[in-house]
Design a protein around this ligand. Structure first.
Ligand code: ADP
Length: 376
């Protein structure tokens, strides 16, 4: 049986392990927090720091293959493991391109992939020299995650809000829709595309509010998104699962925002909504089986379950019986002990042939389901 390791023990690792249970594979997880969402679903949990060279190398050296559920891993160690014969998904060379937003933007430019125009800034002082480039979005090169490394700079008054560190200043796009295109690539370079997802963000928390698939756009725009996403993943030259996040503007122009070289929150609905989920598909790739069927069984929507504002501490879930009473609704609680305002605690997937039904249920679930803390 192949031994496969996952770096990171969050919800993505947990869902990956749920899919692994169907395959002949021995699973290993490394993460600092022994009580993390993935810790109790793997065969072997190893406490360690995914950013530390020694920890990552020692974790991976006895394994057949290794994958990631978060980008902030030690890529030098992954490179050494690859040299030592461990298969790494995605390849460290692809991870290196993506991990730093400056490198990622340069890669799109080199590959002629449409992406918002940009300049590189190394300090606030340099940012101030680009007043003619505004309105724009400032994105920190290394270390940003879930909107925390992104700042809109509308005018020169906003410049102090920018990053005093290497960053990209990107032209602000007038966004009509944000969509995600998940692509699976096997060892031989065959690719399979999932139907696109419409992503709707919560402007306050800058976190995904809900998503719905298939995306509702003209066929020509969807084909363009597919072609662009395929171009990105082919150029990355790596097997794995890739989530290409795209902007569509009012004119129907498509731009790449960013790419994640791993299973992604924009693909949660594929567990119930598609024949082969993104998690199932990654195991097929790692275990060298044929790619699965990406087609949708039914249209699907997901709602994130976020920690309620004003509550911190041991998590308590309100409204689950009412949600579970609804038809074709699937609850995923990630098993995080502690809630905090805005923390991703779970998600709910809804499947239905009727888009109105998806939207209606999505709204109702958001009103019904609350994560509060015990003792309140
Ligand atoms: P993160 O990696 O933290 O998710 P993103 O680069 O995806 O950050 O940016 C977060 C959000 O900011 C996007 O989902 C989008 O709504 C907005 N945004 C990012 N870049 C641009 C841009 N060039 N023009 C307009 N809005 C943008």
């Amino acid at each position: 049986m192949l031994k496969v390791g996952i770096l990171g023990g969050g919800q993505l690792g947990r869902m990956l392990l749920q899919a692994a249970a169907n395959y002949p594979v021995e699973t290993f997880v490394m993460e600092n927090e022994p009580d993390c969402p993935a810790a109790h679903l793997c065969h072997h949990f190893i406490k360690g720091d995914i950013r530390d060279y020694e920890d990552v190398f020692n974790f991976g050296k006895g394994l057949d293959a290794i994958t990631i559920e978060i980008e902030s891993v030690n890529e030098d160690a992954l490179e050494a493991l690859e040299t030592a014969g461990v298969k790494v998904y995605p390849r460290p060379s692809a991870l290196r391109i993506i991990k730093n937003k400056i490198r990622q933007k340069q890669f799109y430019a080199e590959q002629d992939v449409p992406s918002p125009g940009f300049v590189i800034t190394r300090s606030l002082q340099e940012l101030a020299q680009h007043a003619d480039f505004l309105p724009a979005v400032h994105k920190i090169g290394a270390g940003g995650y879930d909107g925390r490394g992104v700042q809109v700079i509308s005018s020169i008054e906003d410049i102090p809000k920018g990053f005093d560190a290497p960053a990209v200043l990107e032209k602000k796009i007038s966004i009509h829709k944000e969509i995600a295109q998940i692509v699976a690539v096997d060892e031989q370079g065959h690719a399979a595309l999932y139907p696109q997802v419409d992503m709707v963000f919560n402007p306050e928390l800058n976190l995904l509010d809900y998503q719905i698939s298939p995306a509702e756009l003209k066929d020509a725009v969807l084909w363009r998104a597919e072609a662009i996403a395929l171009k990105v993943v082919k150029a990355l030259q790596s097997p794995g699962i890739f989530a290409v996040e795209l902007f569509v503007d009012k004119e129907g122009e498509v731009y790449v925002n960013e790419t994640a070289p791993r299973v992604h929150n924009s693909g949660h609905h594929t567990i119930e909504g598609n024949y082969s989920s993104q998690f199932d598909m990654l195991w097929r790739i790692i275990l060298q089986y044929p790619l699965g069927n990406t087609a949708a069984i039914l249209p699907a929507a997901i709602v994130n379950i976020l920690g309620e504002e004003g509550y911190s501490g041991k998590a308590k879930y309100e409204g689950l019986p009412e949600v579970l009473e609804m038809e074709n609704v699937f609850v995923h609680i990630y098993g995080k002990r502690e809630t905090r305002p805005g923390r991703k605690m779970g998600h709910v997937t809804i499947v239905s042939a009727d888009r109105q039904d998806l939207l209606h249920k999505q709204n109702r679930i958001r009103r019904l389901l609350k994560v509060v803390s015990e003792g309140d």
